[in-house]
Design a protein around this ligand. Structure first.
Ligand code: PEP
Ligand code: MN
Length: 355
């Protein structure tokens, strides 16, 4: 149910509504919009109906939330959610670029990448320290050492760190280093993990499972929102189809479909979505044209020798070219991407990284 408060109703009336909802064992989510304050009431529908909430002072109307997802729904919040993690802002008119390697491999690799993408206008640095790999024999990530390297990259550039957490028991460790917690495609329906990141104070980038419907994606987001974390970013990263020319099939209709139904920002991952670096720039441009609020891209100083996902990773000059293309498309659709960074970042001696 959505309780719409009368315009200008005093805070005491809102407090009374909230405490009544709590006393009924239901969960209130207060959403203060620019035009109206609403309270989404989550819990057993019959007890909500029997509660007589419409009779409380300050309540203008009570109506059902029709969508199966509740707090994520546009019915509850009309204004788009803007997620902020330091310099990384996702939602609103600017388009956020998050870039970096699939896996953190070494200090020179991550620092060199961080400085390059920062100069090109990215505001977020991605990089997996805990890697969910299809084979148990593949590189599993540098784990805590990888997190320390990401922190050094943030200290050096100011980029916000976006990194994956693969298990609930790792949330507190990863949260010490990350600015945004990434929940990977394989974990989209790991409900205990969703609840754990929902209890964290950090924004969450939630990737669509390769076999998940958009309704399932929104219901997964709902777990995080219902646990108290409103800072959720949805990510389309491609789904599994019969097509084998690309690694996954990247559906861009996802973007306007989600924007019509949820206030949460939507980013696109054309690296995993295509699996081929040669396709990433075109699909990035298309995603921006279709209304994406950001891109998450794999970039590596030496893609051929990457420990994971080298075939879909852009080298530095391809990334700089992508940024030029995407800036033009963003401008054409009334959005903007941060300009190239003119302030030099401190140079740290990096032994022997190929450029
Ligand atoms: C990744 O971002 O490197 C990753 C593993 O992505 P996904 O969960 O979308 O497969
Ligand atoms: Mn990857």
């Amino acid at each position: 149910m959505i309780i719409v408060m009368s315009p200008g109703s005093p805070k005491a009336q809102l407090d009374r509504v909230v405490s009544r909802i709590n006393s009924l064992g239901l969960r209130p989510h207060v959403i203060e919009g620019t035009e109206r304050t609403v309270v989404a009431v989550i819990g057993d529908e019959r007890s909500i109906e029997a509660a007589g909430l419409e009779t409380l002072p300050g309540v203008a109307s009570v109506m059902p939330i029709l969508a199966p997802y509740k707090v994520a729904s546009r019915e509850v919040q009309k204004e788009p959610t803007v997620v902020r993690a330091g310099s990384l802002v996702i939602g609103g008119t600017s388009i956020a670029i998050i870039a970096g390697p699939c896996s953190v491999e070494s200090r020179p690799q991550i620092l060199d990448t961080a400085r390059t993408i920062f100069r090109a206008g990215a505001t977020g640095l991605r990089g997996g320290a805990f890697k969910p790999r299809t084979s148990p024999y593949s590189f599993q990530g540098l784990k805590e050492h990888g997190l320390e390297l990401l922190k050094e990259a943030r200290d050096n550039t100011g980029l916000a760190i976006v990194t994956e957490v693969v298990a609930s028991e790792d949330v507190s460790l990863v949260s010490k280093f990350a600015d945004v917690l990434q929940v990977g495609a394989r974990n989209m329906q790991n409900y205990r993990l969703l609840e754990a990141v929902g209890r964290s104070h950090l924004p969450v980038l939630l990737k669509r499972g390769p076999a998940a419907t958009l309704e399932e994606l929104l219901l997964a987001a709902e777990y995080i929102l219902d646990a108290g974390n409103r800072q959720v970013i949805l990510c389309e990263r491609g789904i599994r189809t019969f097509e084998s020319h690309t690694r996954f099939t990247l559906p861009l209709a996802t973007i306007p479909w989600l924007h019509a139904r949820t206030h949460l920002p939507v980013v696109v991952d054309p690296s995993h979505g295509t699996g081929h670096s040669s396709l990433v720039t075109s699909m990035s441009a298309a995603a921006i044209a279709a209304g994406a609020d950001g891109l998450i891209l794999e970039v590596h100083p030496d893609p051929k020798n990457a420990t994971s996902d080298g075939g879909q990773s852009l080298d530095f000059s391809a990334f700089e070219n992508l940024m030029d293309v995407c800036r033009k498309v963003a401008e054409a659709v009334g959005r903007s991407i941060k300009n190239c960074e003119m302030n030099p970042v401190e140079e740290i001696a990096l032994p022997g990284m190929p450029r």
